[in-house]
Design a protein around this ligand. Structure first.
Ligand code: NDP
Length: 398
C-alpha cells in the first residue's frame, strides 16, 4: 500500500500519472497536484479511477506544500514541476517525513545555471530523517545514469570514455517548438557547452562543437556537444572515467530559430518593463510558443537515447559498448496522449518511485540514480515501455 503525490501536471506529469495508474499494485493511491487545479482534474478525469485525485499547490511555497503533505500523508513525492521548485519541495519533505524523487536538478530562476551542489547539501538532513531522495530520474538524467551503472556492474572494470547521445528524429510539423518546458529547454541549450576531460571541465561556446553520429533505425544526424547535469554526478561516482561528454541532435531549422530568438533578446531571463508591467522575455515567449503537451497528435518519428562507453572489460581487454532505447512519438501518444520526450522522462520517474516503494532503492540520504542497483530498474524499463538494446565492440564514432 503506497500513496504518492505527483507535483506537476504538464507533459511529464501526465505520463507519470498514466504509468502509476497502470501499476495499481504498487501505487495504490495517487494525488496529482499542481498550480492549476483544472489541469490536474482533467488528468484525473481522463484516468477515471477512484483512488486518483486532484489538488492544487504553489510549490514555490514551503507552507503550502507542508499543508498539502499533512493533508494527504504520502509515502513519496514525485516532483515533475520545474527545477525551480526542487528545494522548496525537499524542505517540505523533510518537515513532513516524505520521500522525494525528481527528474531535473535545482536551478535558480534568476541565473541560468544548474548543478547538484544545492541538492547534495541536503544529504545529511535526509539521512538523519531516515528519508530517501532520488535525484534526476528521467531519461537523461536518469536512464543515462542507470545505463552507465549497468555497464560498470556487468561489463567494465574501468570505464574510460563516456558519451551520452540524445537524438530526437521526430517531426511535429511546427516551424519551431520545444519538446519540454520551453523556458527550461532554451535556458539549457543557450548556455556554454562543457565536458569533462582528465579531471578538468573544458568549456566551449554554446553548440560550438558538433559531429555527425549515426543513430539506430534513424541514420546520421548532426549532434552538438552540450553540458548536461548527469555528467557532474557520473564522473564523481565512476572515477575511472577520463572523458565524459553529452551530445544532442538539432536540425538546422531549429538552430536558425534559436539564433534569432537570442539575437532579438527573446531568450533574456531578466525582467524588462513593458508598458509599466514587468515581464521576463523568455517567459513571454513560452506563452506564445506551442505547448509541448499539444505536439503529440501529429508527431512522427522516434527518439534514440543511449550511452557509448569504452574502456577495459572485466578481463582487462579493450571493450566498446553502446546501450540505447528508441521510442516512437506516435506510440507514446497512443498510450498517454504525450510525445516521446515526455514519455521517456515520465516512465523512468514512475520506475524510480516503484524502486523506492518496493524496497529496492531505499537508502536514507540524497542519491543520484547510478548509486543504486541498476538491475531491477533495467528489468522494469523493458516491461514499462522503454526496451533497451546493447551493441558490443562497434565503432562508437565519438
Ligand atoms: P511543463 O511546463 O509541461 O509542466 C510543468 C508543470 O509544473 C505544470 O503542470 C506547471 O503548472 C507545474 N508548475 C510550475 N510551477 C509550479 C509551481 N510553482 N507550483 C506548482 N506547480 C508548478 O514541463 P514538463 O512536463 O515538460 O517538464 C517537467 C519537468 O521535467 C521539468 O523539470 C523538466 O526539466 C523535466 N524534464 C526532465 C527530463 C529528463 O530526461 N530528465 C527531460 C524533459 C523534462 P501550470 O500548468 O499551472 O503552469
Amino acid at each position: 500500500m503506497a500513496k504518492v503525490i505527483i507535483i506537476g501536471a504538464g507533459g511529464v506529469g501526465t505520463v507519470v500519472a498514466h504509468k502509476c495508474a497502470q501499476n495499481p499494485e504498487v501505487f495504490t493511491e495517487i494525488v496529482i497536484a499542481s498550480r492549476t487545479l483544472s489541469k490536474c482534474q482533467a488528468l484525473v478525469d481522463t484516468l477515471g479511477r477512484p483512488n486518483i485525485t486532484a489538488d492544487s499547490v504553489d510549490a514555490d511555497s514551503v507552507p503550502q506544500l507542508v499543508e498539502l503533505f499533512r493533508r494527504h500523508k504520502p509515502d513519496m513525492v514525485i516532483n515533475v514541476a520545474l527545477p525551480y521548485q526542487d528545494l522548496t519541495i525537499m524542505d517540505a519533505c523533510l518537515e513532513c517525513g516524505v520521500n522525494y524523487l525528481d527528474t531535473a536538478n535545482y536551478e535558480p530562476k534568476d541565473v541560468a545555471h544548474f548543478e547538484y551542489s544545492w541538492q547534495w547539501a541536503y544529504k545529511k538532513r535526509f539521512e538523519d530523517a531516515g528519508l530517501t531522495a532520488i535525484l534526476g530520474c528521467g531519461f537523461d538524467p536518469g536512464v543515462s545514469g542507470v545505463f552507465t551503472a549497468y555497464a560498470a556492474k556487468h561489463y567494465f572494470s574501468d570505464m574510460e570514455y563516456l558519451d551520452i547521445v540524445d537524438c530526437n528524429a521526430g517531426n511535429h510539423g511546427k516551424a519551431f517548438a520545444t519538446n519540454f518546458n520551453p523556458e527550461i529547454n532554451i535556458r539549457e541549450i543557450t548556455q556554454n557547452g562543457r565536458y569533462y576531460q582528465d579531471g578538468e571541465w573544458v568549456v566551449t561556446g554554446p553548440l560550438e562543437i558538433h559531429k555527425e553520429l549515426t543513430y539506430p533505425n534513424i541514420g546520421p544526424r548532426d549532434s552538438y556537444l552540450l553540458y548536461h547535469e548527469e555528467l557532474e554526478s557520473l564522473v564523481k561516482n565512476f572515477p575511472s572515467i577520463k572523458r565524459a561528454r553529452f551530445w544532442m541532435t538539432f536540425g538546422q531549422e531549429y538552430l536558425t530559430h534559436l539564433r534569432v530568438i537570442q539575437d532579438i533578446g527573446m531568450a533574456r531571463i531578466d525582467e524588462i518593463d513593458y508598458n509599466g508591467t514587468k515581464i521576463v522575455p523568455l517567459q513571454f515567449l513560452k506563452a506564445v510558443l506551442p505547448n509541448p503537451q499539444d505536439l503529440g497528435e501529429n508527431y512522427t518519428g522516434e527518439t534514440s537515447i543511449g550511452c557509448r562507453i569504452s574502456g577495459r572489460d572485466k578481463e582487462g581487454k579493450h571493450l566498446t559498448y553502446y546501450i540505447y532505447n528508441n521510442c516512437s512519438h506516435h506510440e507514446a501518444y497512443l498510450e498517454t496522449g504525450m510525445q516521446a520526450v515526455s514519455y521517456t522522462t515520465g516512465v523512468p520517474a514512475m520506475i524510480g518511485a516503484m524502486m523506492f516503494l518496493t524496497g529496492k532503492w531505499q537508502r536514507p540520504g540524497v542519491w543520484n540514480v547510478e548509486e543504486f542497483d541498476p538491475d531491477p530498474f533495467m528489468e522494469q524499463l523493458n516491461k514499462q515501455g522503454l526496451p533497451w538494446h546493447e551493441v558490443f565492440n562497434l565503432d562508437l564514432e565519438v
